[in-house]
Design a protein around this ligand. Structure first.
Ligand SMILES: *Cc1c(COP(=O)(O)O)cnc(C)c1O
Length: 376
């Protein structure tokens, strides 16, 4: 059996090695390392994949979120509503800009922001809602957009984990996550569903003015060379990453299929287990399984984790501490929050290996070890 890993980027690389190696060497031969045709080609291709007017590449997903907030004119003292059950990047950039994150609960089934609790958190200072499509499951965007419209708020989607998910509206139409809000942000961190071989990220929008603004901010606020109109930053996707991503984007739908197949295998193998809840799939989304996360009930999660590690089965807790309990947010009143569902989940979730290269022998082994502990 091939060694188990949470994400097997190496085996995946070996399947596309020839194409990737040639593309990377071609970048070195061209000496066009920053910007240029490969980056522009990728921006166009990924915008087209999303059915979205503009994709603006940048250096990483965290920058994408920061640039989005800057482009929307969010200012110190403003508030954004966001789940506490998320990766820290979502809320860290708000704090960095002196914007106050207002943490709300998630739906314990989807792990994503619960639209029903958003309106209660709105104050005169609220400027935006930041849903996170956690683990690859789409947040329920239709009610979120309705609330945003009613209260004139912006919506920034954190789509770092759900690239390729088709969200289905009640009229039957569908749209990719990351293109439904005013701005969508994603990451090409190597372990993400569309992973580069280094850092990368992008912003998405259908709004021409916002696209222009984000392009400017990502490039030192410059409108033309050496004319700097607004305070910006330096956030670029480099040509080598673009060359690799151009190749991998063509395979993204196959990669998503492979993840879904692995998820189906686990779902089937764990069906009927009383103490293990397999991931929910809301009918209005197409889960892309960035993570395969179990919710345990009546099992000592940390003991299971230690057992699996000891048996050679990688596993991870995403995330052991919710954002509102991070020391970072003491200054933002983090400890004043009462978010029992978020706390409950952080104590009970555990993620198993999921990626494009899992085979049945590996999955059978993983399942057997989980069940050995659960039924002990
Ligand atoms: C990975 C991730 C980010 C940040 O992306 P980077 O490219 O690592 O900066 C933001 N939000 C979520 C939910 C993520 O999973």
């Amino acid at each position: 059996m091939r060694p188990l890993q949470m994400v097997d980027t190496k085996t995946q690389y070996h399947h596309i090695k020839k194409e990737v190696d040639e593309a990377v060497i071609a970048v070195m031969e061209s000496s066009q390392f920053i910007g240029g045709k490969l980056v522009n080609d990728f921006a166009q291709a990924i915008a087209a994949y999303h059915g979205c007017k503009h994709a603006i590449p940048c250096a990483n997903g965290t920058d994408a979120l920061q640039i989005a907030m800057m482009a929307l004119g969010l200012a110190p003292g403003d508030e954004v509503i966001t789940p506490s059950f998320t990766y820290i990047a979502t809320v860290e950039v708000a704090a960095l800009l002196n914007i106050k994150p207002i943490f709300v609960e998630v739906d314990p089934k989807t792990f994503c922001i619960n639209p029903a609790v958003i309106e209660n958190a709105i104050t005169p200072k609220t400027k935006a809602i930041i849903p996170v499509h956690l683990y690859g499951h789409a947040a329920d965007m239709e009610p979120i957009m309705a609330i945003a419209k009613k209260h004139k708020l912006f919506v920034i989607e954190d789509n770092a984990q759900a690239i390729g998910n088709d969200y289905i509206f009640s009229d039957g139409s569908s749209q990719k996550t990351g293109t439904i809000g005013h701005i969508g942000c994603t990451s090409f961190y190597p372990s993400k569903n569309l992973g580069a071989y280094g850092d990368g990220g992008a912003m998405f929008t259908n709004d021409d003015a916002l696209a222009e603004k984000m392009r400017m901010i990502a490039s030192h606020g410059q409108s033309k060379r050496y004319y700097h109109d607004v305070v910006g930053c330096n956030s670029r996707l480099d040509a080598m990453q673009a060359a690799i991503l151009n190749i991998k984007l063509k395979k993204l739908d196959n990669y998503i299929d492979a993840r879904r197949k692995a998820a189906d295998y686990y779902d089937h193998a764990f069906a009927g287990q009383q103490k293990i809840k397999t991931p929910f799939r809301a009918p209005n989304n197409n889960h892309v399984f960035h993570q395969y996360t179990l919710t345990l009930d009546g099992i000592d999660r940390d003991a299971l984790s230690a057992f699996l590690t000891n048996e050679g089965v990688p596993n991870m807790i995403y995330y052991p501490v919710p954002a509102h309990r991070q020391k970072m947010f003491d200054a933002f009143g983090g400890s004043n929050y009462n978010l029992p569902i978020t706390d409950w989940l952080t104590e009970r979730v555990i993620s198993l290996p999921i990626h494009t290269e899992l085979d049945e022998e590996q999955q059978a082994f993983i399942v057997s070890k989980v069940l050995e502990f659960v039924n002990k």
